[in-house]
Design a protein around this ligand. Structure first.
Ligand SMILES: C[S@@+](CC[C@H](N)C(=O)[O-])C[C@H]1O[C@@H](n2cnc3c(N)ncnc32)[C@H](O)[C@@H]1O
Length: 356
């Protein structure tokens, strides 16, 4: 008889295991699921084990990855395996076959830590032989609904098998979207806005939602990494910051730099985009965004909530709840998403799109 997977395996940024575990515990309980979140200490992953070994597929669907803040990847998973270094392949093959899983591809992944990186060679060496064994046993197939087997190696003798499904997973190895730093951009922060667009705006809609000739405001713009992204898309930008903007960027002629306070500045007319990377209290930034969105001063917004505090999830949850409630009570329909992006450090990125 096949054994069903009764846990979820989620990846996160190392050091954010507690935040993800707290988020999962809250959201699983709200969705009516009992279980326990186990933090992979410092390893950048969290297991959520269901009570009574219930199958985890239902919970996996109930908590889509796009609705989780701190998770980079979400898998339905089997119990972790402790391996004998003499024969790592047999137990992996047996567990995969016994689970009754079938899949079209296999990804070996390691935690996003220095120890994790050192396991890359081992994973590489095992790739071909494991593929051939699992093909022979009928688990690795040409057609299997796009499902993918993930092997998360937390040590040379410790691996956990997980399964991912198209439409509810990250398509990036380790859930990490690596982006190339554009050489003419004035700061590395530029990658945060680019990643946010990849995350929140489907690529097929970039030409209409990030279109040439649009108008945007960038609050806390200096030296101009986020403004660079907007300008690069042909968008005109009000750059609000007391600090100096990059000279070459200003020479594009697409920017009006105003040395004003981003918390009080008001746009002269309705803008297409508002972006904000000001370092301040999350509640203060949220209140400012509320003002913009309730008055419909922009159609879409991307902003960061900086999280230097110890317990980040309660802070994020409080801000998002306040924003949702304020928009609802003002009768403003909006889609709100929040994710801890790869290029974010102690912060999360929020995207809001007003529905017309
Ligand atoms: C993290 S930096 C922004 C980096 C920028 N996104 C980039 O990619 O280059 C934060 C900026 O917010 C500005 N800032 C802080 N408080 C502000 C306020 N009340 N109004 C406008 N700008 C503010 C700071 O001067 C600083 O330049």
């Amino acid at each position: 008889m096949s054994r069903s997977a009764s846990e979820l395996l989620l990846y996160c940024r190392p050091g954010f295991e507690r935040d993800l575990a707290e988020e999962l515990a809250d959201k699983a309980a709200e969705a009516g699921w009992a279980g326990e979140a186990i933090q992979g200490a410092g390893g950048g992953f969290v297991r959520f084990c269901l009570a009574d070994e219930e199958p985890a597929n239902g919970l996996h669907r109930a908590l889509p990855l796009s609705g989780l803040v701190f998770a980079r990847q979400s898998l339905v998973a089997l119990t972790p395996l402790s391996l004998d270094r003499e024969d790592r392949l047999s137990p992996i093959t047996e567990q995969a076959v016994e689970s009754g899983w079938s899949f079209e591809s296999i990804w070996h992944e390691t935690p996003d830590t220095n120890d994790g990186k050192a396991l890359g060679g081992l994973a590489k060496a095992l790739t071909r032989p494991l593929e051939s064994l699992l093909k022979k046993r009928g688990a690795l197939r040409r057609k299997a609904g796009g499902r993918r087997l993930h092997l998360l190696w937390s040590a040379g003798d410790c691996v956990q098998l997980g399964l991912s499904f198209p439409g509810n997973r990250s398509e990036q190895l380790g859930g990490i979207r690596r982006l190339r730093f554009p050489r003419s951009a004035p700061s590395r922060s530029t990658l945060k806005l680019e990643e946010a667009w990849h995350e929140f705006v489907p690529r097929s809609e970039w030409d209409t939602r990030l279109a040439e000739g649009m108008q945007a405001a960038d609050l806390g713009a200096a030296p101009g990494g986020w403004t660079w992204q907007l300008v690069h898309r042909g968008i005109h930008v009000y750059a609000i910051d007391n600090g100096p903007m990059d000279k070459a960027l200003m020479a594009t002629g697409q920017i009006e730099h105003l040395r004003e306070d981003g918390f009080v500045w008001e746009p002269p007319y309705r803008l297409d985009w508002l972006v904000c990377d000001i370092v301040d209290k999350p509640s203060r930034v949220e209140a400012m965004m509320e003002r913009w969105l309730v008055r419909r001063w922009c159609r879409e917004a991307v902003f960061n909530l900086k999280l230097p505090m110890k317990r980040r999830w309660p802070e994020v949850r409080a801000c998002l709840t306040r924003l949702e409630e304020a928009l609802a009570s003002a009768g403003v329909a909006a889609e709100i998403s929040c994710r801890h992006l790869y290029h974010d450090r102690e912060e999360v990125t929020v995207h809001v799109r007003l529905r017309d």
